[in-house]
Ligand binder design. Structure first.
Ligand code: IPE
Ligand code: IPE
Ligand code: MG
Length: 236
């Protein structure tokens, strides 16, 4: 059963680019991995709180197809953290009503991470509250290439190509388009996140670094979102 909605006019789907972990750590004289660790805690808290307020969909950018460019040491620590995150989330979300899924490539992830993802997804499959999607080794351009290859392999003829058909071949085919994309850390770009899906999303940027992100910031973003006039190219 869905929980009572405490906030008026909640967007249906919020997507977050969780950025600024490295800068958060640097400010404290800590290694970048400490920022990623704090960031992972924050996302668990935010997902639980989003379920409590009755949000239907939350999608978070955890690791991009471009993040493989980082030093191997940082990649290793991010992968270890993803492993730990999956285990910890399995325990922490046991009593929560949150469904978990992932989007992105799986062929470059270690087999134990794939196993961890499958286990966590399976364990929370029956839940009916928030759908919480983790984007891991995700990039929009890569997703569109992947979809195009599948469309060609399936011998789909050109007259059958529609927006709906392309959407159905994307990793996000089970998700509605995001209504609101949030990016903390001061950067104002999408960095290859949900480029097709966010065509008409409202964007909210903030200087807060992701490890400092709190529900009050999310509520602020929702407030601003509700003041926006979504015209989708039409007139009002
Ligand atoms: C976001 O924080 C986490 C990932 C991209 C995996 P960053 O690591 O990008 O932190 P900054 O942007 O360097 O501060
Ligand atoms: C985007 O952040 C990717 C994630 C948050 C996972 P980046 O830190 O990788 O983006 P850029 O390099 O600043 O565009
Ligand atoms: Mg960054």
């Amino acid at each position: 059963m869905r929980k009572k909605i405490e906030i008026d006019n909640l967007p249906n789907h919020i997507a977050i680019i969780m950025d600024g972990n490295g800068r958060w750590a640097k400010k404290r004289g800590l290694p970048r991995s400490a920022g990623h660790r704090q960031g992972a805690k924050v996302v668990q808290d935010i997902a639980i709180a989003c379920d409590k307020i009755g949000l239907a969909y939350l999608t978070v950018y955890a690791f991009s197809t471009e993040n493989w460019k980082r030093p191997q040491k940082e990649i290793n620590s991010l992968m270890s953290l993803i492993r730990e995150f999956l285990e910890d989330t399995e325990k922490k979300f046991d009593k929560e009503n949150i469904r978990i899924q992932t989007i992105g490539r799986t062929d470059r992830l270690d087999s134990d991470i794939i196993k961890g993802i499958k286990r966590t997804v399976q364990k929370n499959k029956h839940k009916t509250g928030l759908t919480f999607t983790l984007a891991i080794d995700y990039g929009s351009r890569d997703e569109i290439i992947h979809a195009t290859k599948k469309i060609i392999d399936n011998n789909i003829s050109s007259e059958k190509i529609t927006e709906d058909l392309i959407s159905s071949y994307l990793f996000t085919n089970q998700l509605p388009d995001p209504d609101l994309v949030i990016r903390p850390s001061g950067e104002q770009r999408l960095s290859n996140f949900l480029m097709w899906q966010a065509s008409y999303a409202e964007l909210w940027f903030s200087n807060i670094l992701w490890p400092d992100f709190k529900m009050k910031h999310l509520k602020e973003a929702i407030k601003v979102y509700n003041q926006r006039d979504r015209r989708y190219g039409g007139v009002k």
